[in-house]
Design a binder for this molecule. Sequence first.
Ligand code: SF4
Length: 142
Amino acid sequence: MIRIGTEGIQMEGSMTVRPHHALCARFFVGKGYSEAFVQHMYATLRALNDGAVVTLTDGCDAICAGCPNNRGGICEHDEKVRAIDRRSLCETGLAFGQTLSWRDLSALMRERIVLRDALKTVCRDCEWIALCESRREAEKER
Ligand code: SF4
């Protein structure tokens, strides 16, 4: 569970995360659906990077909590994002309901999707794919 207050986001137990959001987080450069969403994303990433344990969900998560596309707990692009989540799980061998550290989730996404050039397949319908692909190319060269 997370609490969003004036001091930012505090964690209690594990945070829920859509699997593909570990990819969004990796390539996030301060762009998003609204300024409020961008600020929420920064705060959520700080909490996740602060040693968070996450449980993989097939519904809206800690990041969706600040998104204007979140309509009462269901994403406006539900079908598309669920398909991206399913492909993310397929590539990493993970499953909905699984709990692991954010650090391990990020490392698996990097190893099985980013470095294997699977991003353009996993995220093929996403409006942000061009930006993430360019960032992925830069990451591979590092
Ligand atoms: S677009 Fe949908 S899946 Fe992505 S953050 Fe917004 S509500 Fe969540």
